[in-house]
Design a protein around this ligand. Sequence first.
Ligand SMILES: [Cu+2]
Length: 405
Amino acid sequence: MTKFINPGLVKTSRRNVLRGSMLAGAAAVTGAGAMAATHAPKINKINATSSMIYKAAGEQAADSTAEPVDLSGYTRVKQELVSPPFAPEHEQVATGGPKIIEITMETTERLMVVDEDTGAEVWALTYNGSVPGPLIICHEGDMIELTLRNPVDSMMEHNIDFHASTGALGGGGLTHVYPGEETVLRWKATKPGCFTYHCAPGGAMIPYHVTHGMNGAVMVLPRDGLKDKDGNPLQYDKIAYIGEQDYYLPMDENGEYRKYEVAGDDYADSLEAMRGLIPTHSVFNGAVGALTGEHALTANVGETVLMIHNQANRDSRPHLIGGHGTYVWESSFTDAPLRDMETWFVRGGSAVAAMYTFEQPGVYAYLNHNLIEGVMLGATAHFVVQGEWDNNLMEQVVAPREFTT
Ligand SMILES: [Cu+2]
């Protein structure tokens, strides 16, 4: 068993022990093997270069002579994070002054079934055990104070890069936690919008961790809530938090998905699969069918749902079959929302919010409208909507019947 610890970030004697095993492991899995034959950049060199950036970020903060921050005027609150597709309790319009929002996340490595039909599974690298990691919600001007814990029995080091934050690689340079360590990071939410966050331990471990599920979203609401282009307030009744995850699962010579004993054992095989850039799966909330059938999302006619779509690695194009994105914020919440979109765009490495009020009952598919990814690779969710049918909007005037010529 090899513990995967990033070289170049070593500070203590304990880490030096771990570093030795990492270097041995790295040589074994990325040395003169299959990678070299491709004439592609050498992973060892990429890892070393990446480590320098993280080390510099950490040292800059440690050596800083900056003034301590004045936290007077902030109220401390705890936010209990919940598993997707749900959202933590929150206000849409902020009351009172800015807050320091305390959250805790644990970097959990766990075996997850990706597709029961084929037996595909992955040693998922997660925040709080779910893919995607939990949705965090705050208002512009609030601070997020994260306690990040890496359980002692983890195989890997982890950290977190918040796209919503400013400095030190989004916090990635200040949050490296080895198994058995915890750290606390505080950052100010200065830009309103939806943003992704993800693990980024350095080098090839960055895409490895992200494509093993280690990503999620933060929503930074304007203090006075969401607005249309004329400044009229927009409210939602519920949030559907959807994380799209591309997996690159190694297969054996018979086309069967490989099984691994512990997290990290698939490292070399996964890197090879990732180089093809063709995911074996692109799923919502971690697994095929996680949001369909008995796990379908629900709503009533007249209810307004804010659909938050996170994709930390790859472009996506969500579409709600039979509905629309009435208001879509592909960029900042300070921009006027796009209107009545049929399909909207999620740039790989971002999160997007779309608002829709259901007008008809029935089952709606919410999917990636690259239909190969949506239908064949798994990126489909269902909304089951209850209520009265409106013939004014649609009516089957004649049921299908034979016709005579
Ligand atoms: Cu990680």
